[in-house]
Design a protein around this ligand. Structure first.
Ligand code: UGA
Length: 436
């Protein structure tokens, strides 16, 4: 099938590449010329395991191309996927500016009947709005329908998650749209859940917000575990054997970040509020997360630790391991707090460092300073304190003696609970984790 994909971010580019890998003829469209040139030369503009190889393979096979010329890409496509961003507006609602902009471009370009597939995470009812706009603009010239096809890939495992998705949710309002969607995903051999458009839109928010709630619940419990003398990791393990609870997303830490959970929790809460309904569970998840993201900093303050003039190793800047993405990363909240206190930070992240430097350039920052190095051990050298914000394997594999040998005074704040408290304490390290 001839498919165009609007947007070459995590969702659009991975979707386009995987559709090509499954045999479709795909054109990825983006407004950014530099990105297009980069992709044409075989480079991925985002860090995502296995993506670049798959882009190169499918580009060479003639199934995957890139362009800024949206008219050429949309005019004769059988299906057009919209995978552009829906960032958060100041009131927490989703900004649909990019989605609607692409819809207008599609309407002015299409010359044959086609299906527009909304992959971006959009508030319930948006697909109806997109269809209305498209139909008004094409004015009967061609037949355009809209299907909702929410995305469930996680950054860092995006290619794997797409090719072997747990399910493909398709939301349609006609037999024709449903059969086109089934034909697109037939080569993936994954379970297809076919529902109406509003339910499909809701499934996306319901899934993300449930996972965010699960994490905030564990973080809330972790804070209570500290007060009652329980170990939240052990508690999570004990819970995980119950299949109704499951093993995954029970890891407490410094709160959830990324481009999805923070945004999608606020968007659903805002959508509910607009309808006069208070979504209390999701509000609680948001509130817990806001406190949790600076939990380590609060603990340092509560312990009366003097931060001014201290050399502090920062291990990890990305919002989670496996990505270079900094959106809503706990590091973005904590680094300014530490700098404000006059700390001298030595930061290291194996992948997200360059993106971070653009926000916090090397050198003096107010009364503190930030300096970047190229390994965890370099960051730890002569440090007074260490804060771990991301669970990169390189950090997980550090042993107590790595901290003892390199740091000036081994005080470790472990925001991901990746070290064993007993081992750390027995080695003479002042160890502060989450919930234990
Ligand atoms: C999330 C969902 O997992 C995807 O299914 C969804 O498609 C995606 O959002 C999206 O809407 O596009 P992602 O944000 O890439 O994916 O990352 P996750 O692996 O879900 O992690 C989100 C945050 O939760 C990270 O900061 C992570 O460190 C944190 N987390 C995750 C925890 O604190 N504890 C856990 O047990 C799991």
């Amino acid at each position: 099938m001839k498919i165009a994909v609007a947007g070459t971010g995590y969702v659009g580019l991975v979707t386009g590449t995987c559709l090509a890998e499954r045999g479709h003829c795909v054109t990825c469209v983006d407004v950014d010329e530099n990105k297009i040139k980069m992709m044409e030369s075989g480079k991925s503009p985002i860090y995502e395991d296995g993506l670049e190889e798959l882009m190169q393979k499918n580009h060479a096979a003639g199934r995957l191309s890139y362009t800024t010329d949206y008219q050429a890409a949309y005019c004769d496509a059988d299906a057009i996927f919209i995978g552009v961003g829906t960032p958060e507006l100041p009131d927490g609602s989703a900004d649909l500016h990019f989605v609607m902009g692409v819809a207008r471009q599609i309407a002015e370009s299409v010359q044959k009947d086609c299906l527009v597939v909304v992959k971006s995470t959009v508030p319930i009812g948006t697909n109806d709005e997109v269809e209305k706009l498209l139909k008004e603009c094409v004015n009967g010239r061609v037949n355009i329908e809209v299907a909702s096809n929410p995305e469930f890939l996680a950054q860092g495992t995006a290619v794997r998650d797409t090719l072997n998705a747990s399910r493909c949710v398709i939301g349609t309002e006609s037999k024709n749209a449903e059969s086109v969607m089934r034909a697109i995903y037939e080569p993936f051999g994954i379970p297809i859940v076919s529902v109406n458009r509003r339910s499909a839109e809701m499934i996306k928010y319901a899934s993300n917000d449930f996972l965010a709630l699960k994490i905030s619940y564990m973080n809330d419990l972790a804070n209570l575990c500290e007060l009652v003398g329980a170990d939240v990791k052990a508690v999570a393990q004990g819970m995980s054997y119950d299949e109704r609870i499951g093993r995954r997303f029970l890891n407490p830490g410094i709160g959830y970040g990324g481009s999805c959970f923070p945004k999608d929790t606020k968007a659903l809460r805002s959508l509910a509020a607009d309808l006069g309904y208070e979504l209390k569970t999701v509000s609680a998840a948001i509130e817990v997360n806001q406190m949790q993201q600076i939990r380590l900093f609060t603990k340092a303050e509560e312990m009366g630790i003097e931060l001014e003039g201290k050399k502090i190793a920062i291990l990890g800047l990305a919002f989670k391991a496996g990505t270079d993405d900094l959106r809503e990363a706990a590091s973005l909240k904590n680094v300014p707090l530490l700098l404000e206190k006059g700390a001298n930070l030595v930061a290291y992240d194996p992948v997200a460092q360059d993106n971070f430097i653009r926000r916090f350039p090397e050198g003096q920052q107010g009364s503190g300073s930030i300096h970047y190095v190229h390994s965890a051990k370099e960051a730890l050298q002569d440090a007074d304190l260490c804060f771990v914000y991301t669970e990169w394997p390189e950090f997980v594999s550090l042993t107590p003696s790595d901290f003892i040998k390199t740091m000036k005074s081994p005080v470790v704040f472990d925001g991901r609970d990746i070290y064993q408290p007993e081992e750390m304490k027995n080695a003479g390290i002042t160890y502060i984790g989450i919930g234990r």
